[in-house]
Every structure is written in C-alpha cells, then in structure tokens.
Write a protein that binds this ligand. Structure first.
Ligand code: ADP
Ligand code: XUL
Length: 519
C-alpha cells in the first residue's frame, strides 16, 4: 500500500499543496496557486477585496472553493498520483469566518462532479464575504467583550489571548449586531480551515482545537467553548459552531465529488484542518519545547511549543492548542511581507537588488532607524498607520531596505522577549526565508543561529505530516525527522560585532516605540 500524504494550505494569497511519500521520505510534489493571478475575476489584491470601510478586510469564500478545484485540476494535469493518496489534511489562514445557510449542507451533499463546486455552492452563503485576519474593524466589540468577561487579564487567562480585533468571536459579534437578519439566516459559522475541510468531506466539519483557540471563544483548559464568551458575542452561537474537534480525529473519507472528478481514492481519509501557524509548528519540526520559529509570510509570526500553560499570560502572545495537543505561543506582526514589498516597490527593486542593498549597508544602518508601520500593527498595537523614520532619508534606497528589515527584526526580538520567547535557535520559513541577507539580520538581532528547512511551505508540509501521524501511529519526533532536518548550507550564524550593535540598538528602538505610541 502506498504511503502518500497530501497537505494543503489555504493562505491569504494562495492555495498550496505538498505531497509526501513516507516510504521514501521524499517530498514528491509541490504546487501553489495564487488567487490574484489565477482567479482574477474575484478582483482580489494580495488575497483580499479592495477595502471599502476603515479597517475592514474581507475575502470572498467562493474564491477558496474555486481555488480548490483549480489546484486539484492542476495536480491532475501534472500527473500527480492522486489515486495513491492515503490521507489529506490541511491548514488555513487563522481567524477568518465563513457564514453559511442551511443550503450549504444540502448543496454539498448532492454535488455533481460534472460541474465545478463553486457553481453549486453559490447560494450557500448568508454573508458573501468573509472577514479575514487582517480585519481590525472591531475595536468597539473588543471593548464590550472584555468588559462582559471581567477584564483583559481574565479573557487572556481563559482563552489564551486578550480580545483582539481579528479574532473570530468579536468578528461574529460585529456581524450579529450590524446584520441581525443575515445572522438569523446563518446556520453554521466556520473558520476558513473548517470550511475547506467541509468541502473535501462533503458535509459540514467542525472547527478543530488549534484554530478554535484563535477565536477568544475556547476555554483552553477544558477545550470546550466558554459559554460566557459565546453569550457576549451573539445569541445562540453554540448552535452555529458545534463542539470543537480533536485535530487528530479522522473524519472519514473524501467526498464522491473529488473521487469522481479528480480520481482521488475513495478510501482516502481526511483529517480536520488546523490553523496555519499550528500546522507550521509541525512542518518545521517543532514538536519539543525549546526551539522557536519565525515565519516571514504576509504577516510575520514568531512561535514555539510548550507543554504547560504559563502561570501569567503575556498580553502580546496568543496561546493556541498545538496539533500535538501541547500548547504553542505566537506573536503576529501585521507589517511583514507587505511592508517589505512597499519598500521594494518604492525603489522598483527586484528581490536580488533588495538583497544587494542589504549587503551594501552595515548592521546598525549608520544610525538610521525605522518603525515599519506601513499599515496598522498588531504587536505593538498601532491603530493609526504611519512609518516612523529616524536619521533616515525617505529617498535613500539602500538605507530604507536595511531599515525596514532591522525594524522588523528588532520589534520581533523585543516583543518575543517580553512574552518569554528567547530562542536559542530559530527555524525560518515563509516566502522571505529564501532571502539569505534577511536571515543574517535575524541571526544577528536574535543572537542565535537561524536554520531553514527544505520546503518554504511548512504549513502544507505540517498538514501532510499530520496526515501521516494520524495513519501510521509513529511518535511525533519520528514523523517529523525525515522531512524537517535543516539544510546545513543555509544555516546563518550570528556575527559578534553585529550582535553587539543590535543589543544596544534594541534599547533605543524600544524607547522610540514607546515614544511613538505615546504621541
Ligand atoms: P503567505 O503564505 O502569507 O501568503 P508567503 O509565505 O507565501 O505568504 O510569502 C509570500 C511573500 O514572500 C511575497 O509577498 C514576497 O513579498 C515574499 N518573498 C518572495 N521572495 C522573496 C525574497 N527573495 N526576499 C524577500 N521576500 C520574498
Ligand atoms: C495569526 C494570524 C496570521 C494568519 C495568517 O494570529 O493572524 O498569521 O494566521 O497567516
């Protein structure tokens, strides 16, 4: 019997697949499909719709449906061995909510494999767009929710995070308050992860523990919905969510639509989908406490696994249940790739030229510094966007390239430290982790070695490894070992002089962040 496992990643900008063969320990296939490039008719830029109201960032869920068909078609055309796949797992951008009518369940159950899925699901939505993690339009709801639950510390202690705008509970609250009739018409509310899993299963699948912990609604201690949190957000919310599921519990087999249309095996098993960051933890091999990872994607994230819930939760970190059923701590910085892209585009540089600018400038940037708030920021909380420059000419190409990267790394290091994450080694991933000059600055600022693993798509790889774990019953260490060994050639070591420069610079940076936030 084959030992092929497929991992899918429905991220902000693209849907990706990674296929592994556990027999030969080989990654046999990878493919990624960018929504803005391939599904142009949805009109998304960077994966979301043009912004029509302050802070409101939405994406059309039908686009993710169509992307799934497009990806499977591409895989079929590439002669990917779909028939051989034993189990599929997936992961998706966290926090985004999809609002469905009763019709969804019926339409899914009777999907005709001769017609594309999105044509058959058009009438399924009680809300045509889904707020995604970049949405920060719910400050008012956060305030009311926090008061209902007895204060920020209490919310953090129970749900693993203080109330945050992008988390699903307050997003649901805003919808229920502003569109009560549409909320009444909603029978199921899913996260992007559960929505995608439902498509593959052919019936509604509930939210898994890992992604449920990104909603401010789950009691992390009992792994059950926290009733006062549900009650604060919307009436009869429990009915629309169903109890959260263990991410390692098999869901059954793939729906006939996919076996008939793409030749997937009718015995192919399915797992619930996770949040992308929890999945990346596995894809990076972080199955033991101690190591940390930094993902340089649309958002930049910094995270690590631990076994016990901390006594005191940091206000910066989000604590999620990990796919191993341990815990993970995560800090999310919104000004990630999009901020780097702003500088690159301002000076019309290729990534190669951007890297050359980094090489041409010294650590510390001759005293220039940037707070890279091209957009509003999550960590630290910046509600009004605005890049701050110190001793930095806005037209100086090289200095701005270095300043944006140094600003990002200093901020990550500073806030990770405050949340108890002081890595002794880092595994880097995400689109920008292929950039060696960026990784060198990371190693110097954090004063520890930085490794990169073979695939840039640790989220999809993590999903494939979860699928393998669920069917093969090996230990986590054994499951991840073959696929997550770092590449020795790409290891970046911290350089002593640069480390000293950044140690001093961090203090000044910290002061400037505090001053900027007070103004
Ligand atoms: P997400 O999964 O969040 O959609 P990715 O992890 O796929 O994002 O990262 C995509 C980003 O990677 C692009 O927006 C681009 O800015 C960045 N990227 C690609 N190549 C490089 C490079 N050589 N240097 C820096 N950034 C890069
Ligand atoms: C994490 C977060 C993002 C999204 C998109 O809290 O909001 O990392 O998961 O990748």
């Amino acid at each position: 019997m084959s030992r092929y496992y497929l991992g899918l990643d429905c991220s902000t900008q693209s849907l990706s697949a990674v296929l592994i063969d556990a027999e030969s320990a080989a990654l046999v296939y990878q493919r990624s499909l960018n929504y803005a490039d391939v599904l142009t008719h949805y009109g998304v830029i960077d994966g979301y719709l043009p912004i029509t109201a302050a802070g409101q960032v939405h994406a059309p869920p039908l686009m993710w449906v169509e992307a799934l068909d497009a990806l499977l078609l591409a895989m079929q055309e590439d002669a990917c061995p779909l028939q051989e796949i034993r189990c599929i797992a997936g992961a998706a951008q966290q926090h985004g909510t999809v609002y469905l009518k009763q019709q969804f369940t019926q339409s899914l159950a009777k999907c005709d494999p001769r017609k594309p899925l999105h044509e058959q699901l058009q009438q399924s939505f009680s809300r045509l767009t889904a707020p995604i993690w970049m949405d920060n339009s719910t400050t008012e709801q956060c305030t009311a929710f926090t008061a209902d639950l007895g204060g920020a510390e209490q919310v953090n202690k129970i749900t693993g995070s203080v109330a945050v705008e992008r988390f699903s509970g307050v997003q649901i609250k805003k919808f229920a308050e502003s569109e009560p009739q549409a909320y009444t018409d909603t029978t199921d509310i899913m996260l992007v992860s559960a929505f995608m899993a439902s498509l593959l299963a052919g019936h509604p699948v509930t939210i898994d523990y890992t992604d449920a912990s990104g909603m401010n609604l789950l009691d992390l201690h009992s792994k059950k919905w926290h009733q006062p949190a549900l009650d604060s957000c919307a009436p009869d919310l429990q009915k629309r969510l169903q109890p959260p599921v263990n991410p390692l519990l098999l869901l059954g087999t793939v729906a006939p639509y996919f076996t008939q249309r793409y030749g997937l095996n009718s015995n192919c098993k399915l797992l619930p989908w996770c949040g992308d960051n929890p999945s990346s933890l596995i894809g990076l091999g972080l199955v033991q406490p101690g190591m940390s990872a930094i993902s340089l994607g649309t958002s930049d994230t910094c995270f690590g696994l631990f076994q016990e819930l901390p006594q005191r939760m940091s206000p910066w970190a989000h604590t999620f249940i990990a796919p191993t059923l341990d815990y993970m701590s995560l800090l999310c910085f919104k000004n990630g790739s999009l901020a780097r892209e702003c500088v690159r585009q301002q000076f019309q540089l290729s990534w190669q030229a951007f890297s050359e600018c980094l090489s041409a400038t010294p650590p510390g940037n001759n005293g220039a510094m940037m707070l890279p708030w091209f957009d509003t920021e999550i960590v630290p909380k910046v509600i009004k966007q605005g890049v701050q420059r110190y001793a930095l000419d806005a037209d100086d190409c090289s200095a701005n390239c270095r300043a944006v990267i140094e600003g990002q790394m200093l901020s990550m290091s500073l806030h990770a430290e405050q949340a108890g994450l002081t890595p002794t080694s880092i595994r880097a991933t995400g689109g920008a982790s292929q950039n060696q000059e960026i990784l060198q600055i990371m190693a110097d600022v954090f004063a520890c070695p930085v490794d990169v693993i073979q695939t840039t798509n640790s989220v999809a790889l993590g999903a494939a490894l979860r699928a393998q774990f669920a069917l093969e019953y090996r230990s986590w260490d054994e499951t991840v070992a073959m696929f997550t060994a770092p590449q020795p050639v790409t290891q970046r070591q911290p350089e002593k002089t640069a480390v000293n420069v950044y140690r001093e610079m961090k203090q000044l940076f910290s002061q400037r962040v505090a001053d900027a936030l007070n103004n």
